[in-house]
Design a protein around this ligand. Sequence first.
Ligand code: C5P
Length: 212
Amino acid sequence: MSKKRPLVIGIAGGSCSGKTSVTHAIYDVFREHSVVVIEQDFYYKNQSHLTFEERLQTNYDHPLAFDNDLLIEHLNRLLNRQAIDKPVYDYVNHTRANEVIHVEPKDVIILEGILVLEDSRLRELMDIKLFVDTDSDLRIIRRIERDIKERGRTIDSVIEQYLTAVRPMHNLFIEPTKRYADVIIPEGGENEVAIDLMVTKIKTILETMTNV
Ligand code: C5P
């Protein structure tokens, strides 16, 4: 592992745009090397002091839902080659889980999440900024499937949440961050050309890091 400053790649995009697929595709190439993934979702604010009913009222698509102060503190630790205890998020109970994941510093940090390009403090820490751009009809179809299967929601709650929070917040806060992206990737993980280009770029940067 190099002692140079780690490389930070930010991957933003709407809910179910394919951020995770892009992240995994890049992670798979560099896993032997040295890469860590930080999910902004895991840094949703702790809501254990609220009742379950109160937690259902939270707008999870607003920037204020995230504990970006803790996220930035953890990123700075990783950038200083120090380990962190990454929080774990419980989507069914809408709060932070009790366990944490111990994460050692690595040469590449991938930060992925709907609003990672929205906070200027996060943008300033990034070397490469990506925005995964996928049509909203595809995103809502994927979201219905995922939230019912994996996140304990009903179809009614997914639709209601989409219309009252996900869609308006996407238009207000997520879509405008496209302008900060170095690269806009249409169709996420299925875009092999874009992923190959990113992998080549990251390899070049890593070679420079280890050669200096
Ligand atoms: O994985 P993805 O980027 O879709 O995760 C972000 C989404 O998770 C947000 O659009 C937010 O509405 C949703 N979320 C939720 N319930 C929570 C926390 C986040 O529906 N408790």
